[in-house]
Design a protein around this ligand. Structure first.
Ligand code: SIN
Length: 327
């Protein structure tokens, strides 16, 4: 990282990597907040809609143009490649990623695990399309760029509705409201107020480059498919049939792992649990997390299924897939 004499990050160029989402969405009707098409506006147009960006050293790079519900391994690989390329450029000080809200937390977590960058990588989004009467995308992009250019910022961050979260902690918690994200018990990292960051706690610490990290990244970029890890939820009146059906999947891409979003402290319906224990005995990695929006799973001595603590079910699924990929 370039530093000035006080050890603060030099601002440099901010690259905007665009992937689609509602922030680039359009509708024919200004009061349409749900029937619009995501991923329509090009990165140059997104940037042009924010007058405050004029005059800043900025570049745009269109990585994809998708609704993030359709995020896939190939798009992630392209995004990670472009990110690695730009972060390695000495003149680049920060990267902003525009992304759909629906799987933003998965991409943020993936980038956090794979890259732990010492330059800031700030994901942002919108809950209303560009054509809405109160489009939130331009303000979010403006805040994300201000966040990215804040001296000393580092790590994977998320900016939405004036709140700053870490990629590790952020979750989408509301299906419609503009402030759709929170960071659970960890709380927000900071707030963007009139273009200024008010920081509540320290930025994520970047991991020192390591051989294991480089190998994990290389494996992620070169694989044609992530190990198959399926997410199941424990609920009232659950049974083990789905687990048995999964075990019968074709051998070309066999089931490697199951994450079960348990009730409360990661408890699992007894019939489902019996099937999961069978799967585990057959070589499938099974881990428990909680379907609760807040809290973690505290270890329970003697439980036949290990817990994975501090991650939401979708992040736990990704964590297990990456662990299995690393081998
Ligand atoms: C998407 O996730 O791409 C669509 C929904 C959104 O961005 O809010």
């Amino acid at each position: 990282m370039n530093q000035n004499s006080k050890g603060l990050a030099v601002l440099g160029v901010t690259v905007v990597l665009a992937t689609g989402g509602t922030i680039a969405g359009r509708s024919d009707c200004a009061d349409d907040h749900v029937g619009y098409v995501a991923g329509q506006l090009a990165v140059a147009d997104l940037m042009a809609a924010v007058p405050g960006l004029t005059g800043l050293p900025m570049e745009g790079d269109q990585v994809a143009q998708i609704d993030s519900k359709d995020m896939s391994l190939p798009v992630w690989q392209t995004l990670v490649r472009r990110l690695v390329h730009h972060l390695a450029r000495p003149e680049v000080g920060s990267v902003v990623i525009t992304h759909g809200t629906d799987t933003l937390e998965e991409t943020a977590y993936l980038l956090h695990v794979l890259l732990q960058p010492n330059k800031p990588v700030v994901l942002t989004c919108a809950m209303r399309p560009v054509t809405a009467l109160m489009a939130d995308g331009p303000q979010n992009l403006s805040d994300a760029v201000a966040m990215a250019r804040h001296p000393g910022a580092s790590g994977v961050l998320v900016v939405c509705a004036g709140e700053v979260h870490t990629g590790l902690d952020v979750n989408k918690v509301h299906s419609y409201r503009l402030d759709a994200f929170d960071a659970g018990d960890a709380g927000a990292l900071g707030a963007m107020e009139a273009g200024q960051l008010r920081l509540f706690r320290a930025f994520p610490v970047s991991a020192a480059p390591s051989l294991a990290g480089a190998q994990r990244l290389e494996k992620f970029l070169s694989t044609v498919a992530l190990p198959r890890v399926v997410l199941l939820t424990s609920h009232a009146d659950a049974d083990g049939d789905m687990v048995r059906a999964l075990l019968a999947l074709p051998a070309e891409r066999p089931l490697r792992g199951i994450v079960v979003a348990g009730t409360g402290n990661g408890s699992v319906n007894q019939t489902l649990e019996a099937a999961l224990v069978e799967a585990q005995a057959g070589g499938v990695r099974v881990v428990r997390t909680t379907r609760c929006a807040r809290g973690t799973v505290l270890p329970r001595p003697g439980h036949p299924l290990p817990e994975i603590s501090g991650l939401s079910p979708v992040k736990a699924r990704l964590a297990l897939a990456l662990e299995l990929l690393a081998g």
